[in-house]
Design a protein around this ligand. Structure first.
Ligand SMILES: NC(=O)c1ccc[n+]([C@@H]2O[C@H](COP(=O)([O-])OP(=O)(O)OC[C@H]3O[C@@H](n4cnc5c(N)ncnc54)[C@H](O)[C@@H]3O)[C@@H](O)[C@H]2O)c1
Length: 390
């Protein structure tokens, strides 16, 4: 078996490295030439991923060869696709990267090949769109090739241990596809579970994200209520949580490529079916989480009023602009949105982040500010405001 992994990002590269480490020959395909060169010279382009340096050092350029050309993978027997799926400005999925990837795979697809999608997608995508793209380009029919879905369940920073320990599901668009894909994946994913079909596997991944989003919205709402009635939310949460109650932590909202995106897949599906009320909680939770930056902006402004300076001269430092601590990713970052919101309000808001240089911050249209130079510091991860009396 020679396996191609298409998309060598934060999710795809750890997977490709783990497959190579399990003894397979792997061809990694990515449009990013710099990334391919790094990998082929044994260097890890995702340094924050624990254990990846070692795997890339061991296999990069040897059993894991990276390339920008799909043609270089024409002798593979299995194709795993894990390229991003973004939302457009109307919160509808934009399939451009996926369609490009699958049509390119379709051009090199052969009889008996196995294709697996890992990107999180709306339910039904693998059996409908992906099958259509592959059949159109390859002129083969399902049954002559096999097609399955297995969602990536990693978390950047812990991807390798997750792939080796965390339960992972896989489902075929037909029975034969499910069984063949399961047999293949079992060789590099020990904790693997075959589910009824690809649509179920797609749904499993989405509802995990929805659960998180809804529960974070609940925590945010309870946190605001606790503040209003003079209760320490953290003390109350600790004592309230037990086996059947897991109240999450409050936040500035929810960012990154995953949790804020997945509820929209179901909201839009229900809208298509005119079942608007079926996804009401998902929609409200999205709104509540996105609105949290307004709540924190108000809190920060009220702290600024304690400084003996005109409000627009108070030096604010927003500490941490990435969507999650320790991950250099700004996609849908509510911390970044909070910094921008304060600046839009005419306040002197600068930012500091351990993952960024002052130049990188300025390129984002924001001002760099060391916490020591600020009158008011808001830590986006700890949700703590520090006021230095002027
Ligand atoms: N990162 C995570 O924590 C995580 C967790 C669970 C699921 N996922 C899933 O993985 C998907 C990918 O996420 P990521 O974090 O790896 O993204 P990423 O932005 O880190 O990487 C995506 C990679 O795909 C490449 N690419 C884009 N289009 C391509 C194409 N047509 N052909 C070949 N390469 C292409 C890009 O150059 C990039 O290197 C997400 O959409 C999500 O569904 C990610």
């Amino acid at each position: 078996m020679k396996i191609a992994v298409i998309g060598l990002g934060k999710a795809g590269l750890p997977l490709a490295a783990v497959i190579a480490d399990s003894g397979f020959e792997v061809v990694g395909i990515d449009l990013d030439e710099w990334k391919c060169e790094m990998i082929n010279s044994g260097k890890n382009p995702i340094p924050e991923e624990k254990g990846l340096d070692e795997l890339i050092g061991r296999h990069g350029g040897k059993t894991l060869k990276a390339t920008t050309s799909y043609e270089d993978a024409s002798d593979c027997n299995a194709y795993i696709v894990i390229v991003p799926l973004f939302l457009d400005e109307h919160m509808n999925p934009d399939y451009a990267a996926l369609e490009f990837a699958f049509r390119s795979v379709g051009k090199i697809l052969k009889m008996e090949d196995i294709v697996v999608l890992e990107t999180t997608v709306p339910p039904g995508t693998t059996e409908n769109l992906v099958r259509e793209w592959l059949e159109e380009e390859s002129e083969l029919k399902l049954g002559e090739f096999y097609l399955a879905y297995s969602p990536e369940r990693i978390m950047t920073g812990y991807s390798i241990s997750r792939l080796r320990e965390f339960p992972k599901v896989i489902g075929g668009v037909d029975e034969e596809s499910g069984e063949r894909a399961y047999e293949l994946y079992k060789k590099f994913v020990p904790n693997l579970h075959l589910v009824s079909n690809a649509r179920t596997a797609e749904f499993i991944k989405i509802i995990e994200g929805c659960y998180r989003d809804v529960n974070i919205a609940l925590a945010n709402e309870l946190f605001k209520i606790a503040e209003e009635i003079g209760v320490d939310f953290y003390e109350a949460r600790e004592k309230a949580n037990h086996e059947y109650c897991h109240i999450h932590l409050p936040s500035t909202g929810v960012g990154g490529h995953c949790i804020p995106v997945y509820p929209w897949f179901l909201i839009r599906e229900m809208e298509k079916k005119e079942k608007f009320s079926h996804a009401r909680l998902l929609r409200v939770s999205r709104e509540l989480n996105d609105e949290m930056i307004n709540y924190w902006a108000e809190k920060i402004i009220s702290e600024c009023l304690k400084v003996k300076k005109p409000l627009n001269e108070v030096k604010i430092c927003i500490k941490g602009i990435t969507f999650r601590k320790g991950v250099k990713e700004l996609y849908h970052s509510r911390n970044l949105a909070l910094a921008k919101l304060l600046a839009e309000k005419g306040l002197d808001a600068g930012v500091w982040d351990e993952m960024f240089t002052p130049e990188e911050v300025e390129e984002l249209g924001l001002r760099w500010r060391e916490p020591e130079e600020a009158d008011v510091v808001f830590d986006c991860f700890e949700l703590i405001t520090l006021v230095k009396q002027a």
